[in-house]
Each structure stands twice: as structure tokens, then as C-alpha cells.
Design a protein around this ligand. Structure first.
Ligand SMILES: [Mg+2]
Ligand SMILES: [Zn+2]
Length: 170
């Protein structure tokens, strides 16, 4: 099974500075994100969302708020007929030293544990942060960084200008 590991904030929905998240209750989809997810599905990938939500334990948003935003996002995707296989999130603060906060590999390891059929060689990670690409590098998965600066000699990690550009590569 090939999987597209999608970051959430800044990749599927709008991201904000940490303090601004406190007032957010609705997900705002990024331009072309829904179309891209649909195309990725059509090309035979399962979609797993992996998202750092240190906002929760660091007190920027409440757990209920996370659940609300997330449920609204999944609802909209369902309405659009886009299946999301699973979502893994890390609620821990950045200085808690957990094993799941990207670029730590915990969320992908959890996914592998839950879905042993995942073939990392035919999978990829897409995200808008350097931590997403570090994670891809650590797991040796193809990575697509949205406006992330990629060191020139990095194999298998590519910079794209927006989420839909991944469709040129897969
Ligand atoms: Mg992001
Ligand atoms: Zn964590």
C-alpha cells in the first residue's frame, strides 16, 4: 500500500502564528488542496495526515478546539468524497521530548504499526516545514517541501511551490 503522508497546517488548511490559533474555530482550506488530495487518491495513494499540534499542550488551543477544527476539516473532505485513511497528531509541547513531534519519527512508526502493508518506498511525505522534510529524510521516504529550502545534494527531497505541484512527480 502506498501512502501520501500529508502535513495538515500550511499544507491542507491555512496555518497561523501560534497566538492567532487561539481564536480559530474553522479550518480554511488552501487553494488547490482539495483537488490535490482527490488526484492523489485517484493515483492510488491512501492518505494519512500527520500533524504537530504542540498548540494543545503549550496552551494556544484547547483540546476541544482541536477536535472541532479537525472534525470540520474531515467533514468537508468527506463531503468532497475524499477518504482519509488515518490521522496521527502529536499534542506534546516542543520541549517535552516526545518521540512523535516531527521531525521525530513516531507518527510514521505508529502508522506502520497500525497498517503493516504500508510500503514506504512508494510513499511520500508532503509538508510546508523543514521538520516535514527532516522526517522524510530520517525515514528515507520521498519528500515534497512546499517552499522549504532543500540543500542541493539532498536525494529524494524536492521543493515545490504549492501543494498541487506534487502531482507532477507522482
Ligand atoms: Mg505545516
Ligand atoms: Zn508528541
Amino acid at each position: 500500500m502506498k501512502v501520501a503522508f500529508f502535513d495538515r497546517d500550511g499544507t491542507i488548511i491555512e496555518d497561523y502564528p501560534d497566538e492567532e490559533w487561539t481564536g480559530i474555530t474553522e479550518p480554511v482550506f488552501l487553494r488547490s488542496a482539495i483537488d490535490t488530495l482527490r488526484q492523489v487518491r485517484q493515483r492510488g495513494y491512501e492518505i494519512i495526515i500527520i500533524t504537530n499540534q504542540y498548540l494543545i499542550n503549550e496552551g494556544f488551543i484547547t483540546w476541544e478546539q482541536y477536535k472541532e477544527i479537525h472534525a470540520k476539516m474531515l467533514n468537508e473532505l468527506k463531503k468532497q468524497d475524499i477518504d482519509i485513511l488515518a490521522v496521527f497528531y502529536c499534542p506534546h509541547g516542543r520541549n517535552e521530548g516526545c518521540g512523535c513531534c516531527k521531525p521525530e519519527t513516531g507518527m510514521i512508526l505508529q502508522a506502520l504499526n497500525q497498517y503493516p502493508a504500508i510500503d514506504l518506498k512508494s510513499s511520500f511525505v508532503i509538508g510546508d516545514s523543514v521538520v516535514d522534510m527532516e522526517l522524510a529524510g530520517r525515514m528515507n521516504i520521498r519528500g515534497f517541501g512546499i517552499n522549504v529550502a532543500i540543500p542541493e545534494s539532498t536525494p529524494n527531497i524536492y521543493q515545490v511551490k504549492e501543494v498541487s505541484e506534487v502531482l507532477r512527480y507522482i
